[in-house]
Design a binder for this molecule. Structure first.
Ligand code: PCA
Length: 213
């Protein structure tokens, strides 16, 4: 079993991106699965091109993309990606598409096909807050998740994938009062648990993890 896990480079004026900081600290083998780590540029289109290059090179069974969600307090496993780019800020190459589809010929949305609830449960077992999220936003993270699931649905049908959003780490919130954060070690541990659940559960758990809003 091979897992491709990606993190993004820093964007939006931040010096680091906790997603790739955590990804690069992961063990090279988790629950018997080989872990391949790749850094992805926070750029529309190029992010999907780089992801597909890594998929072709590595031929993974599982792909998990990770991104920063500054302001969220917990680890969130994303359920769905939508076919919309709507950028509030520019990406790292100055692109800010408004209401453009990620792929003209794609579905309106795609669902993750990894056991997202089992992944949440496994993270919570080590006392790290986690939940299912029903929106990955409309910036580069949703874009990459949509690209991953589009590729899975159209070309790489045996791959299972999803997206994980992680909070800021402490050094990022020094000048951001009342902003949630999580220690980098905890984020790395959470990703390890998520990978463990992803490679050991075939079916997802039938437990309620919906949100009222
Ligand atoms: N987070 C951004 C893009 C890159 C990242 O780490 C997002 O949530 O869209």
């Amino acid at each position: 079993m091979k897992v491709l896990i990606t993190g993004f480079n820093p964007f939006g004026g931040e010096a680091i991106n906790p997603s790739f900081e955590a990804v690069k600290r992961l063990d090279d083998v988790i629950s018997g699965a080989e872990i391949v780590k790749v850094e992805i540029p926070t750029v529309f289109n190029k992010s999907i091109i780089e992801l597909e290059k890594a998929i072709v090179k590595e031929n993974p069974d599982v792909v998990i993309c990770v991104g920063q969600a500054g302001g969220r307090f917990d680890i969130t496993i994303e359920r769905v990606a939508i076919n919309v780019d709507d950028a509030r800020i520019a990406d790292n190459e100055g692109n800010s598409p408004i209401d453009k589809p990620v792929f003209e010929d794609g579905e309106n949305a795609y669902f993750a096909n990894l056991p997202i609830k089992a992944m949440v449960e496994e993270i919570k077992k080590v006392d790290i807050p986690a939940s299912v999220s029903n929106t990955a936003g409309t910036f580069v993270c949703n874009h990459l998740m949509y690209g991953l699931l589009y590729l899975i649905n159209t070309k790489y049908k045996n791959i299972r994938g999803t997206f994980i959003h992680v909070p800021f780490i402490p050094m990022q919130v020094m000048n951001k009062p009342n902003t949630p954060f999580m220690e980098l070690e905890k984020i790395t541990e959470a990703l390890t648990m998520a990978i463990k659940a992803a490679v050991t559960n075939k079916d997802d758990l039938k437990v309620a993890m919906g949100k009222i809003f």
